[in-house]
Design a protein around this ligand. Sequence first.
Ligand SMILES: N[C@@H](CCC(=O)N[C@@H](CS)C(=O)NCC(=O)O)C(=O)O
Length: 277
Amino acid sequence: MTDYVPPNVWKWEEPTGGKFESINRPTSGSQRTVELPTGEHPLQLYSLATPNGIKVTVLLEELLELGHEGAEYDAYQIRITDGDQFGSGFVELNPNSKIPVLLDRTTSPSTRIFESGAILIYLAEKFQSFIPIDLASRAECLSWLMWQMGSAPYLGGGFGHFYAYAPKKWQYPIDRYAMEVKRQLDVLDKNLSERSYLCGDEYNIADIASYAWYGALVLHNIYEASEFLEVSSYKNVVRWAREIEQRPGVMRGRRVNKTWGPEELRLKERHSAGDFD
Ligand SMILES: N[C@@H](CCC(=O)N[C@@H](CS)C(=O)NCC(=O)O)C(=O)O
């Protein structure tokens, strides 16, 4: 890396380079007036099938699988590389301009929820499912959920960015984030050496959140880094992710708002169970 002497005041000098340079900027807020579409169900989801996006569609499909009819939802695709997250309708629901966003129209006024972890907690509490009731078990579940929310930015924004998306391969940031991601995999692997799921015998929202990221890493070669990070050596994480991936709700949830990968696994929008046929 060439030596860089930071100026007294940082200035945004386009272009910064990297895969997402066209959507990254140092300011927030809407960039154009765009209304969001709405469907007939109580829950409206605006998302994309990234790891953060599938956390919510997996939980919604798991809730439907359990028989919670109130979890029926319309899922609309937000194309983040085209900047849909900066439309005025989306920014009203999430001032942070990131997917996923949920709107619950069963309340008056409607309730908007942004941040995938907050959406998981909201839905789990609303339907009293996939979250433990007793205080100690709930604390363990929320601890692992918050662990995931705090850890994934090092995996995606840190490792994934510098290993796969940055304009060049710089060793210092790749070393730093590869070390941290391997440490995280080791944390998960040790925990799963003693437990079936992250919190014990029961599968819950902490598993859904962590599976979305670490399952993609150990099973689907995200960032094409499987070999580099030797992901198959984390055997308990692989066993846990494989098991979760076979659940029907997970299989369906992974397809919602997906526009890449094999054609038969894509589902641009979801409005009913029949859309998966
Ligand atoms: N902490 C947020 C992160 C959400 C996030 O980073 N979403 C990405 C896709 S995975 C996004 O919308 N990026 C668009 C952008 O940064 O403009 C969450 O868990 O909901």
